[in-house]
Design a protein. Structure first.
Length: 101
């Protein structure tokens, strides 16, 4: 077993749909994979093709190919451990009573 196999467990290429909206109501880009594949911690999804430029006020729905790179067990364990530590950056704990000093 080499180091690369510990970090990556292979690649899968699948069709996908890219939904992009750039309006005053929403600014988003969503990717929906064609098959019901479970993405696990550490997996990476790369959408193939040219860059997408949607002018303001428009929406686009495009068919593309996506490459899913599966994480190996070492990377998966590292992601699970480090994500628990990074979660603490999302909230603030205060030990003050809330009164003005």
């Amino acid at each position: 077993m080499n180091v690369i196999s510990l970090l990556s467990a292979g690649q899968i290429e699948v069709p996908c749909t890219v939904d992009v909206e750039h309006t005053s109501d929403s600014l988003h880009a969503h990717v929906e994979l064609a098959f019901d594949l479970e993405l696990r911690p550490g997996d990476e999804v790369t959408v193939q093709g040219d860059s997408i430029d949607v002018p303001f006020g428009e929406k686009a729905l495009l068919s593309r190919r996506a490459i899913i790179t599966r994480a190996g067990w070492l990377k998966r364990v590292w992601i699970r451990l480090s994500s628990r530590l990074e979660l603490t950056e999302l909230y603030e704990v205060s030990f003050s009573s809330g009164r003005k000093l």
